[in-house]
Design a protein around this ligand. Structure first.
Ligand code: HEM
Length: 291
């Protein structure tokens, strides 16, 4: 076995890849920050280091899961097929942070496996988190090229659609464990809606036009407001109308829906500029055939 083809900073041919190395560094950064915070006793006065690290690992696992879903749209929008090299790394990082999250939870429960299993069975938010973790474990275990060869590409692709229910379960787990401010789960849900919507509008039709992307961003904006209003309407005494209306004043700060809209519009503008740059580069004299 040629080990150079399997180390995470090399490409499939075993050559050093600056892109993979940079992404690997970025994926490890939160882990280093979490470890440093843990060593410093949790960062905030009175904080329990294990709890702080447990929450941070959960947050980063979900962020990387959503980021892994953004790689395919980025490849299509920016014509960057090399990004495919890092999709698997980001997905495996999501699993690694989730596994660390469970390890910290187990440490917090004094490694009492009976208590841990009982809690996972009886607390619905933990049961849902466990479901997400199982799905991520299956995806990580079958992420190597050897698994693709063994399973065949179409069965492998079918199995890897598990990433969508895994993300939904992780989002629900996040909502259910949050007591007061659901801004981050709402933001993550809005981004997830945009990424799923992108897949729907792209289906066999090539890269969507700028107007379609703007429409998608508006739809994700509306969906994010609906998710937030629904959550507060069902789980708290705040009326859903009041929550929805808060999106149109600054009293409660900038709401997640606006961040989703801004991200969607920024991506479509950047994709348009990149396409224009590609077109002008293709038409530039340096590239045109000599007469
Ligand atoms: C067996 C699997 C899992 C267990 C036992 C578990 C357990 C927990 C616990 C105990 C909390 C904190 C609840 C509290 O403080 O009241 C939590 C929060 C969280 N978990 Fe999990 N979890 C699991 C799987 C996952 C997975 C797979 C993800 C993401 C992909 C995830 C993401 C999160 C997030 C984002 C939070 C909130 C962190 C925050 O408040 O900043 N969890 N989980």
């Amino acid at each position: 076995m040629d080990i150079r083809r399997h180390v995470p900073w090399n490409d499939r041919a075993g050559r050093f890849s600056a892109l993979k190395t940079a992404v690997l560094g970025l994926l490890l950064l939160p882990g280093l920050a979490i470890a440093a915070g843990f060593a410093a006793g949790g960062g905030q006065p009175g904080a329990r280091p294990v709890t702080v690290a447990l929450h941070a690992c959960g947050d980063w696992s979900l962020r990387f899961l959503v980021l892994s879903l953004a790689v395919t749209p980025a490849i299509a929008l920016f014509a960057r097929p090399r990004l495919m090299l890092v999709r698997r790394m980001v997905g495996v990082a999501a699993f690694a942070y989730a596994a660390l999250h469970l390890t910290l939870y187990s440490a917090d429960q004094k490694w009492n496996l009976g208590v841990i299993a009982g809690e996972i069975v009886h607390r619905i938010y933990l049961t849902i988190g466990f479901g997400a973790l199982l799905a991520l474990a299956l995806l990580a275990a079958t992420s190597a090229d050897a698994a693709i060869r063994a399973m065949g590409a179409s069965r492998w692709r079918w199995l890897h659609r598990l990433v969508y229910p895994a993300a939904v379960l992780a989002l629900v787990h996040f909502f259910l464990q949050t007591r007061f401010d659901v801004s981050e789960p709402v933001l993550m849900s809005g981004l997830f809606v945009w990424l799923m919507g992108f897949r729907l509008v792209v289906r066999g039709r090539g890269v969507p036009a700028a107007g379609v992307l703007a429409g998608l961003s508006l739809a994700a904006f509306a969906a994010t407001i609906a998710i937030e209003a629904l959550w507060y309407g069902v789980a708290t005494t705040a009326g859903w109308r009041t929550v929805a209306a808060a999106n149109f004043s600054l009293v409660a700060g900038v709401r997640p829906a606006w961040l989703v809209l801004a991200a969607g519009l920024a991506v479509s503008t950047a994709a348009r500029l990149a396409a224009r740059r590609r077109l002008s580069a293709e038409g530039s004299p340096a590239r045109s055939p000599r007469k």
